[in-house]
Design a protein around this ligand. Structure first.
Ligand code: NAI
Length: 332
């Protein structure tokens, strides 16, 4: 791909709340640069295709100089939808309904990601990178990547960035410092209520957050639960789940992968564990602190994992193992 070749970006669930909030910023030049044309592949289930016509009209009506094309696909034709795409944002999935257990959701959404993985492998560009947003995103990512063995594992990310951004906001508010002062915030484990937002390694104005925020009971208590329960709090207040902030986090994930990470900072995403980092077993898609050089990423070394952090990480890893066991029959 040359610098001015169009970048093709596929978004599933494109007519949903997160998809809608994602597309315009992808088209605007904000993410891939003012000189990189973007071709969007919008993907939806057949009954929702008409809504994509309206979204296309709105994209046209923005007259973005960077938008070089909009293509619409239904989810019955995934290979066409993913043909030659360089980035895929997998949002499309069935949301959890009242009375539905997490395990039910996993069983309903899992099969969507089986066919998605196969189609990405069959049709996407050689440099494809994938961000899984649809929940349960870690396990959906594990399923999809398992059905695309020829796509290198380091191309797959499940989204824990919204949790990172929520943690940054909490630390900023508690310390009275701007969000730009907060760095090195990692989310370990599952994107769920068991996740561990890591305050031990977080920094405020370059200093340990634990030295700036002296209320350690808050860090170990309300800070963690507020981040873990933030999605539910938004639903309660707004009557709908996080959408603009989730779209923003998906786009932050893409930006963090394709741009170098600032020295001393990290970004958060769930990636394939190869068993070589922080004692976390291989074969799970789990949140880690990452750094990127703009092309390749790695798990950030040198994070301190004290006894408190270890017990938190163990809990969320146990949940991920349980989720993996729930979908074992979907893993080749
Ligand atoms: P939504 O219900 O507004 O939109 C989902 C869209 O996906 C719908 O338009 C639906 O028609 C479409 N869809 C369903 N199955 C599909 C398939 N097989 N192929 C293509 N499209 C399909 O939901 P919303 O609010 O946009 O959320 C989407 C997902 O993102 C949910 O699973 C939600 O739990 C998850 N989410 C994840 C977050 C994270 O931090 N990882 C944060 C917030 C939401």
């Amino acid at each position: 791909m040359t610098a001015t070749a169009p970048i093709r970006v596929a978004v599933t669930g494109a007519a949903g709340q997160i998809g809608y909030a994602t597309l315009f910023r992808l088209a605007s030049g904000e993410i891939f640069g003012a000189h990189r044309p973007v071709i969007l592949h919008l993907i939806e289930v057949p009954p929702v295709m008409a809504a994509l016509d309206g979204i296309q009209m709105e994209l046209d009506d923005c007259a973005f100089p960077t938008l070089a094309g909009v293509k619409k696909f239904d989810s019955d034709h995934l290979e066409d939808a993913f043909r030659d795409v360089n980035f895929v944002i997998l949002v499309g999935s069935v949301p959890r309904k009242q009375g539905m257990e997490r395990a039910d959701l996993i069983r309903i959404n899992g099969p969507i990601f089986t066919s998605t993985g196969k189609a990405i492998q069959a049709a996407a560009a050689k440099d494809v990178r994938i961000v899984v947003v649809g929940n349960p995103c870690n396990t959906n990512c594990l399923i999809a990547m398992s059905h695309a063995p020829d796509v290198p594992r380091d191309r797959w990310f499940a989204m824990t960035r919204l949790d990172q951004n929520r943690a940054v906001a909490q630390l900023a508010q508690k310390s009275g410092r701007p969000t730009a002062s907060i760095s090195n915030v990692a989310i370990w484990g599952n994107h769920s209520a068991t996740q561990y937002p890591d305050f031990v390694n977080a920094k405020i104005d370059g200093k340990p957050a634990t030295s700036v925020i002296t209320d350690h009971a808050w860090l170990k208590g309300d800070f963690i639960t507020t981040v873990q329960q933030r999605g539910a709090a938004v639903i309660k207040a707004r009557g709908a789940s996080s959408a603009a902030s989730a779209a923003n986090a998906a786009l932050d994930t893409v930006k963090s992968v394709i741009r170098p990470t600032a020295a001393g900072d990290c970004f958060s995403a769930a990636v394939w564990s190869d068993g070589n980092h922080y004692g976390i077993e291989a074969g799970l898609v789990t949140g880690f602190p990452l750094t990127s050089d703009g092309t390749n990423w790695r798990v950030a070394p040198g994070f301190q994992v004290d006894d408190f952090s270890k017990s938190q990480i163990d809990k969320t890893i146990a949940e991920l193992k349980q989720e993996r066991d729930t979908v074992r029959d979907l893993l080749p």
